[in-house]
Design a protein around this ligand. Sequence first.
Ligand SMILES: NC(=O)c1ccc[n+]([C@@H]2O[C@H](COP(=O)([O-])OP(=O)(O)OC[C@H]3O[C@@H](n4cnc5c(N)ncnc54)[C@H](OP(=O)(O)O)[C@@H]3O)[C@@H](O)[C@H]2O)c1
Length: 248
Amino acid sequence: MSVPQKIALVTGSHKGLGYAIARKLAQQDNIQVVVTSRKEQDGLTAQQRLAAEGIQVAYHTLDVNDDSSVQQLTTWAQQTYGRVDILVNNAGVNPSQPEEASLLTVQLETMLSTFSTNVLAVARITQALLPLMQTHNYGRIVNVSTEMASLTTLGSDYYPLSPSYRLSKLGLNGLTVLLAKELQGTNILVNAYSPGWMKTDMGGSDAPFTADEGAETALYLATLPEHGAQGKFFAEMRKFGGPIALQW
Ligand SMILES: NC(=O)c1ccc[n+]([C@@H]2O[C@H](COP(=O)([O-])OP(=O)(O)OC[C@H]3O[C@@H](n4cnc5c(N)ncnc54)[C@H](OP(=O)(O)O)[C@@H]3O)[C@@H](O)[C@H]2O)c1
């Protein structure tokens, strides 16, 4: 008996961690991945790169900050598949370090735009796509956060201050907990995770790990079995050799 195909959508997946997550998901037998990007050419190039490896993915444009872009994607997914089973909220921004050196001097505009992409956009896309999960009582939502943003590490001297970035991801963590509460008793599971410090445009070349390594926990959370983790915060897998929940 063939396993029904799952539809997986990854935000910001033409490069970096999003690309690695899309690639890993698309390598699973029963998952049709939709790569998304703000600029169409970026996404089509990513689609071609994957095709060159023998990995077929669908593509649609998506700017997570734009209501009409999210609506267009939702309508297209409804008409094309009638469902979305997996949503990876990967798209994110991290303002430059000089800007982020102090909460006392950071531009409030910068904080606002960072919150817009890292938190509000996740609420926007979740509101739009959740009905396509509820119809089939199946969904796996993976929110890409960072351990720099857990309340337990916020006071630590180990990380840069980065107020816009860390407070926005703290908001994303809170969103994850609230959504999980609303989804209790359903087969729609939402969790956040920290992919670790990776060599991407955001992470820079000094980072110790690859985006491919950072994508492992996303694959785990995107394919959780029924009654799997709900409303938890996971670490990157390689650090502990398996899925480990962190403190918020
Ligand atoms: N790199 C790290 O060390 C690290 C560590 C912890 C967590 N993370 C998280 O991992 C995620 C991916 O980061 P990354 O390292 O892969 O960074 P990246 O290479 O800079 O990629 C960020 C992605 O987000 C997309 N994006 C930004 N704003 C968007 C918008 N309004 N609509 C749609 N897409 C948008 C970007 O698209 P454009 O190319 O169009 O801008 C790009 O595809 C982020 O949520 C980040 O916070 C990264």
